[in-house]
Structure formats: structure tokens, C-alpha cells
Ligand binder design. Structure first.
Ligand code: OGA
Ligand code: MN
Length: 235
């Protein structure tokens, strides 16, 4: 919760003061540094109002233009272990490919964060994959890990929320648990602009049933798991 809400301080309100690239990058580094500090000290970062506003608006516009058929039922596991299980999760997803200008801008932002964290924390993050997720009323994702200790595939998880005016009655909170023994967890409201990062192997988490349409981006930074007898594909 220590991230500074820099967006609202720096984005000029009048068109007479255009936002320069320089300002954008200076602000971005403030956020990235906060994320690095929080990851270093506690293994996670919860940052309200941190997705750049224009990027958030663009992604939402693209989202509203998407047909529900572009979302597919989310599965669990990767590749051959991939399966669909409605007892675990009921959301629907749409992968970012970077083919649209908006998708490319989102991936570029995630990529700059990757570079920053690699320089600052020597994480060796190698690739990033992400999808939009749509939870309809009643949808949930039961307690799970995004990665398993011996697999070293997903190292760092990121979730970004795209829901303006999310209230306490709307449910759909992310609950981030400290470890297997933690039954209380930290509740995060899926409010527009909130960015959450956590070490994928360390933090079990769940999405409580949403009471209305809930949109988020989930993304994962991976290290390269290529070995002499196996080429590691990005997904
Ligand atoms: C996931 C996930 C959390 C959220 O997709 O793996 O945990 O709040 N999402 O959407
Ligand atoms: Mn998850």
C-alpha cells in the first residue's frame, strides 16, 4: 500500500500543458521504484491508481469493443496439462498478442517494468504473457498458486484492474495470502488503475465471487526454462 498515487499529481489538467515524454518516464520510474522496494521488502506490491491513465482508458475502450466470443473459458495449467475446471475458476479470458496498438502499448509498459525490475533486483525476467479476464456476476477463482516451486516458470505475477466505481458490495476482491497457513489474507478491491504484483511461487491467492462484471488483466513474468533437451516456449 505504499505506492504513491503519482498519476493524479502529474497529469496536467489543461491541454495547454501537454504531458511530455520526459514527465511520463520520470513518473513511471517513481512507480517502478516503489514496486521494486515493495517486492524486495515483502514479496508483493499493491499500488492503487498506478496504471497510466491514458493506457487504462485505451484498454477499457478496446475492452468495450470486444465481443464476448473473443473470450474463451479460462483453464488451469499450461500446454499439455491445460484443463478447464469450473470448480476452480469460471472467468473467461482473452490473451494479449500485441497486434493492436493498445495491446502493443500495454506490453511495452509491462516490458519497461520488466527491464527496471531486472536492473534493480536482478530477477532475470525473460518474457511476459498476459490476458484480459472477464468475471461475470457469480464468477470466482478459488485459492491457487500461479506457479509451483520446482517449475520456475512463472516468477512474478501482475494483476491490473479495469473497473471504475467498484464498491464494497460488488465483491470480486483479490485475496492475497502470505502462505499456506494464512486463512485471513489481504483483500484488494479490483478498482480501476490498481496494479498488484507478487512472487508467483510464494503467495496463494483467490478471487472472491464478483457481484457484477469484473475486468482485470493478469500477467506473468517468466524466467527462461530452456534446458539442453527442452526449448522453453513463452506459453
Ligand atoms: C489469475 C488471478 C486475480 C485477479 O488470473 O491467476 O489470480 O484478481 N487473477 O483477477
Ligand atoms: Mn492467480
Amino acid at each position: 500500500m505504499k505506492c504513491r498515487s503519482y498519476l493524479f499529481e502529474f497529469i496536467p489538467m489543461s491541454p495547454a500543458q501537454p504531458l511530455t515524454e520526459l514527465q511520463t518516464y520520470a513518473d513511471e520510474e517513481v512507480l517502478f521504484e516503489q514496486i521494486a522496494n515493495n517486492l524486495q521488502s515483502q514479496g508483493y506490491a499493491i499500488c492503487p491508481a498506478s496504471l497510466p491513465i491514458e493506457l487504462g482508458q485505451e484498454i477499457c475502450e478496446q475492452l468495450y469493443g470486444l465481443d464476448e466470443t473473443e473470450f474463451t473459458a479460462a483453464g488451469i495449467g499450461r500446454q499439455d496439462q491445460h484443463m478447464h475446471n469450473e470448480f476452480v475458476r469460471t472467468d473467461r479470458i482473452c490473451w494479449f498478442t500485441g497486434e493492436t496498438p493498445t495491446g502493443a502499448r500495454w506490453l511495452a509498459w509491462a516490458n519497461r517494468l520488466q527491464g527496471y525490475l531486472n536492473r534493480r533486483l536482478f530477477l532475470g525476467l525473460f518474457s511476459f504473457e498476459s490476458h484480459l479476464a472477464h468475471y461475470s456476476a457469480g464468477d470466482f477463482y478459488k485459492r491457487h498458486y500461479d506457479a509451483f516451486r520446482d517449475q520456475r516458470n512463472r516468477v512474478l505475477s501482475m494483476v491490473v484492474y479495469l473497473n471504475p466505481n467498484w464498491g464494497p458490495d460488488d465483491g470480486g476482491e483479490l485475496v492475497l495470502y502470505q502462505n499456506d497457513a494464512d486463512t485471513e489474507g489481504l483483500k484488494v478491491t479490483p478498482l480501476m488503475g490498481t496494479v498488484v504484483l507478487f512472487l508467483s511461487e510464494e503467495f496463494p491467492h483467490e478471487v472472491l465471487p464478483a457481484q457484477r462484471d469484473r475486468y482485470s488483466i493478469a500477467g506473468w513474468y517468466r524466467v527462461n526454462g530452456t534446458t539442453p533437451d527442452r526449448v522453453d516456449p513463452p506459453r
